[in-house]
Structure formats: C-alpha cells, structure tokens
Design a protein around this ligand. Structure first.
Ligand code: GLN
Length: 243
C-alpha cells in the first residue's frame, strides 16, 4: 500500500467497453504508480448503487446502440448521484456512448430515440437526420487529430460512431478537429469539456495515446483529494508516453 490512493469507478464496464476503453484506467494507473499513488478499481454496473462521494475518477466508456438502450434504463437510477459528482467537480471521462448518454438524448441508427440523463447539455441525433446540413448517411470512422484550444495540445485518436453530437450551453469542445470528423462532421468540434468532465469519441483508448491528457486528469483527481501537494509538478517529472 502507498500513502496516497484514488478510487476509480468504471460505469457499466462490462457492457460499455468498445475497443478496450478500460485501457484509460490502465494508463491512469501506469502514471499513478510512478508517483507513488495506488488505484482502487470498482465496476459499477446494472443494479449497483453509485455513491458520488466514493470516487475520485469515473470512466464511462462507449458501446453500441443496443447496449446503450440497456444502460440508459439503469442510468436513470444513478442520474442524481452522477449529477452531484459532476457538479462537485469530480473528474470523469466519457467515451462515445457514455458521452452520448450524459446528454439529453441520443438517436440510434434505426431512428429510435433513447433518453440520456441530461446532466450535461449536449444531444445526439443520428446520421439520417434530415436537419443536418452535412448529410452523408455514413458512420464517422477513422483516425482523427484535434487541437485543444486551452493548452494547444494535439490529441490523436480513432473514432467510429453514427451519432451526431451537438454541444450545449456551458460546454466547450475537447478540441477543434484538425483532421477527421469529430462530434458531428459539421462544426469542427470534438468531444466536450464541462467542469472536470471530459467527453470524447476517441476509442483506442484516448489516455494511452495521449499521455499528456491522462496526466492532466490524474492531477485533477489527486489535487481534489490531496490539495496540499503539487501533483502537476510530480507528474511533470515523469515521462509522458505517446503511442
Ligand atoms: N452507438 C453509438 C453510435 O454509433 C456509439 C458507438 C460507440 O460507442 N462506438 O453513435
């Protein structure tokens, strides 16, 4: 045991883990270990209680439309606690389907509308929505590069989604699309930042390929729990991996 530890919740990790989104937790643990921090992992899935006060980092990964319909029903029971966690500045990474379900709704490829929990202000329509100004009826798939406007950091990833997400009030993009499609293939936004929530369509997973982002989020989680220590400085002293 180390003196410092963080508790991580993996929301629906047994259902929503497209392209190994769990790798984000492996990446976080990899950096944590090097600065003497241990990571306690907990899967929080269907029927489990999510207590916002128990966690220092939450991962909500991606899934296909079918899994999202199952998760969406259960998620309603956790909505209040998740909202509390977010509004208390809890760090959370939401990928693809997880990102979609934190918003107001998502429309599946077959046109069925699935309620999100609306703890964030974005919504997701589908690739056949006639209101889209760029209508190509295609999944948005492939390598993607974005630039974060606050830090000037460049993030690399892989996206594969049919949903078209549009950000709402108080939300800003994780980055501006340099190449690839992003949230909707239209407005050059990719992902979201709201308080300490990071959402993204990047699978593969985003923290392994973009160690600078992993470190930033880890520093946020640690500073929230142990404010007396300069975690950013500690993390700056170890190597950042990019794959
Ligand atoms: N079902 C969603 C979509 O295609 C999410 C897919 C995913 O998580 N990769 O838009």
């Amino acid at each position: 045991m180390t003196d410092y530890n963080i508790s991580v919740a993996h929301l629906y990790g047994n259902l929503m883990n497209t392209y190994g989104d769990y790798g984000n937790i492996i990446a976080l643990t990899y950096y944590a270990k090097q600065i003497g921090v241990s990571v306690n992992y907990q899967l929080v899935s269907l029927g489990d209680h999510f207590d916002n006060e128990n966690f220092d980092f939450v991962l909500f990964g991606g899934g296909q439309d079918y899994e999202e319909t199952i998760v969406a029903k259960d998620l309603k029971n956790k909505a209040q606690q998740i909202k509390q966690y977010i509004e208390n500045d809890g760090p959370l990474l939401a990928v693809c389907g997880g990102f979609q379900l934190l918003g107001h709704y998502m429309v599946m490829a077959n046109g069925q509308k699935v309620d999100g929990i609306g703890v964030m202000d974005h919504y997701t329509t589908n690739m056949h929505d006639q209101k889209l100004t760029v209508l190509n009826d295609k999944r948005l798939t492939g390598n993607i590069v974005i630039k974060n406007n606050d830090t000037d950091e460049t993030y690399h990833g892989f996206e594969n989604h049919q949903g078209r997400t549009f950000l709402g009030a108080g939300e800003r993009a994780l980055g501006t699309v340099v190449s690839g499609n992003g949230n909707n293939g239209m407005d050059k936004t990719e992902g979201v930042i709201y308080r300490n929530v990071y959402g993204s369509y990047f699978h593969g997973p985003i923290f392994t390929r973009n160690g600078n982002l992993a470190k930033r989020v880890l520093a946020t989680a640690l500073s929230r729990k142990y404010p007396e220590i300069d975690w950013t400085d500690k993390l700056n002293q170890i190597e950042t991996e990019t794959f």
